[in-house]
Design a protein around this ligand. Structure first.
Ligand code: CTP
Ligand code: MG
Length: 398
């Protein structure tokens, strides 16, 4: 223990093995969708963003089949896994055991609930800053602000003095060996502790109370998710994205054109490698633009024989999948066909229905309109036709 204190490292444990019984949903609350990602992902991203944390042990329920794909998606070598126990304190203890060969006795271990995805960077930083030499531990908390009542038979029977009372938040941090002893001792004594500080208090070890943020709420009931989504949005976690696309094809041999997957009889066909559907090409480019994923030519090159004569709806469905896997959804798309002929008025509903089906959205989100160029330019001379599209994407809501 005479070694340099500067060498003390910081580890994190995230208990995520609960069943969320008060939450009442078809999946455990740590996987509840929050702005397009499971709650646990938000929690872990918060911690991964703190460079001072060496590694994070995520304690998950046995046979939790949702964890491996999430771990893979996060793709961090700083994520370790342990198996949870029957209650929170056992889960944390199992997390500590996972660190046995890694952590030194005096290293700090910070425990943070999976159910607190809105942890802010400043409060996490303040907590870590409080772990100075000579301190026995630190925890986030919030002084009570409301007047407190003692209830008897549903009636207010007395007012409880609020002075000196705090709500306990997480993270809470203690030295590795001390926390292990504290939790093992509680387990031996059959004592239920609902946070790490309680296990340490039993042994006379105190934690420095560090003021946490009002945003650091714990998700307990389903309604708390909405509040968490609002908080994360206000923290700039998500933003709307806009995209635009434009496509032209020259008329050539043939007797129909394909627009939005609808075959429309015409005096010409179009010259194209695929089916030459300018509506879908412009729409795909707009969506790829909003995703910052380049353009349609990069994803479906017209030099690739696989795409010869291709049904462009296949491209659109592919791009729709990229939108979803980015955690986004289409707010609306506005598409303009620019052509002297054919007239598309009679086909607008069918085009919108195709696009809505491929995108997996309500048809109300899609508008198709058309214009001529008053016989001016290449379109006016009926040498070809064009389409342009504008889209707005927003985070995917549960
Ligand atoms: N937890 C855990 N192992 C358990 C029980 C709880 O790892 N056996 C975790 C939860 O996943 C959560 C944190 O401890 O991240 C705080 O617990 P709580 O909010 O009570 O979650 P649940 O126990 O899942 O919810 P409930 O009490 O409503 O069932
Ligand atoms: Mg619980």
């Amino acid at each position: 223990m005479t070694g340099s204190r500067a060498a003390l490292r910081l580890w994190a444990i995230v208990p995520a093995a609960g069943r969320g019984e008060r939450f009442t949903a078809d999946q455990p609350k740590q996987y509840a969708p929050l702005l397009g990602a499971p709650m646990l992902e938000w929690t872990l991203r918060r911690l991964l963003a703190e460079a001072r944390i060496e590694a994070i042990v995520v304690v998950v329920a046995p046979q939790d089949e949702r964890w491996p794909p999430l771990a893979q998606r996060l793709g961090s070598t700083r994520l370790l896994t342990a198996e949870g126990g029957a209650d929170r304190q056992t889960s944390v203890l199992n997390g500590l055991k996972r660190l046995a060969s890694l952590a030194q006795p005096q290293d700090w271990v910070l425990v943070h609930d999976a159910a607190r995805p809105c942890l802010t960077a400043p409060e996490l930083g303040n907590l870590i800053d409080a772990l100075v030499p000579g301190t026995s531990g630190a925890m986030l908390g919030a002084p009570l602000v409301d007047t407190l009542k003692r209830e008897e038979d549903g009636m207010s029977a007395a007012t409880v003095e609020r002075q000196g009372l705090w709500r306990a938040l997480t993270p809470q941090a203690f030295a590795y060996a001390a926390l292990m002893e504290g939790l093992e001792d509680a387990a031996r004594a059959g004592a239920t502790v609902t946070d790490e500080a309680q296990a340490m208090e039993r042994r006379g070890v105190r934690a420095q109370l560090v003021a946490g943020s009002a945003f650091n709420i714990k998700i307990t009931q389903a309604a708390d998710l909405l509040a968490a989504a609002r908080i994360l949005q206000s923290m700039g976690a998500t933003a709307m994205r806009i995209g635009q696309g434009f496509d032209v094809h020259a008329f050539g041999a043939g007797n129909f054109v394909t627009l939005g997957g609808v075959r429309i009889l015409h005096s010409n066909g179009v010259v194209a490698h695929s089916d030459g559907d300018v509506v879908i090409h412009a729409l795909c480019d707009a969506l790829l633009g909003a995703l910052a994923r380049g353009d349609i030519g990069q994803h479906f090159p017209d030099t690739d024989p696989r795409f010869r004569g291709a049904d462009s709806r296949v491209f659109l469905r592919d791009v729709a999948g990229m939108v979803r896997s980015a955690g986004l959804q289409l707010v609306n798309a506005d598409i303009t066909v620019i052509a002297e002929a054919p007239r598309i008025t009679a086909h607008r509903a069918a085009i919108a229905a195709n696009l809505a089906a491929d995108l997996g959205v309500d048809v109300q989100r899609i508008n198709i309109k058309a214009t001529t160029t008053e016989r001016l330019g290449f379109i006016g001379r009926a040498e070809g036709l064009a389409a342009q599209a504008v889209v707005l994407l927003d985070e995917l809501r549960a």
